[in-house]
Ligand binder design. Sequence first.
Ligand code: ATP
Length: 208
Amino acid sequence: MFLLKEVKYKNILNIKSLNIKQYKVTCIVGESGSGKTTLLRLLNKLISCDSGEIFYNNQPLTDINPIELRRNVVMLPQVPPIFKGSIKDNLLIGLKFSKKPLASDNQLYDVLKLVKLNKKLNQDAEKLSGGEKQRVALARVLLMKPEVLLLDEPSSALDEDTEHMLIDALVNYTKENGKTLIMVTHSKKVANEFSDEIIEIKEGMVIN
Ligand SMILES: Nc1ncnc2c1ncn2[C@@H]1O[C@H](COP(=O)(O)OP(=O)(O)OP(=O)(O)O)[C@@H](O)[C@H]1O
C-alpha cells in the first residue's frame, strides 16, 4: 500500500526500501527521537521527503493532492487536539470539517464503546483526563472511516489493561472493516502481540 524507495528527510530519516502492506497491522517501534513520528508525517504528506519516492497504491505521493490523500489516510498525532465543547462536538468536528455526513448519537455511542470510553456525549471534553481525551480523539478519527489509520502512540496515556483492551478492539476493527493500521508504539509487548509487521527504526534507518 505504501512503498518507500531511497527516502531521505533532512538528517532525520534515511530509508532505503520499505513496503507497508494493505489490510495489515504494522507497528513502528524505536527509541525516542529515532524518526517514528517523522515517518508517519511523510506518509500523510504533512511533510515531503527531500529525495527518493513514496508511493500510495502505486501512485507517487507527489501526484496526489494532500487534501484528497488525507480523506483516505488519517493521522492521529501524539497529543491530539481537544476543542472547547462537549464530547459530541469533539467527535463530530472531523466529519464537519471534511463535509461528510454527520453521525447519529447511537453511532457516536458505538464508537465510544469501541475506544472503551464510558462517557455521556454531553460531557465537557476539556474536563476529561489525558487518556480519555486521547480516546475521544481516536474516536473522532475512526468516525472518518479512512482506509488507513496512522496512529502516533494512541495508548501512551493509558494503563496497561486499558491499553490492551483498546488495541485489541482497534485491531479487530481494522480486520473486520478492511482497514490498514499503522501505529507507533513504545510498547514492545503491544507490537509483538498485535502486529502483522514490525518496523524498527534506529537513528532514522529501518533496521529489520
Ligand atoms: N521539523 C523538524 N526540524 C528539525 N528536526 C526535527 C523536526 N521534526 C523532528 N525533528 C527531529 O528529528 C528527530 C526524530 O523526531 P521524531 O519526532 O520523528 O522521533 P520519534 O521517534 O517519533 O520520537 P518520540 O518517540 O520521542 O516521539 C528528533 O531528533 C527531532 O528532534
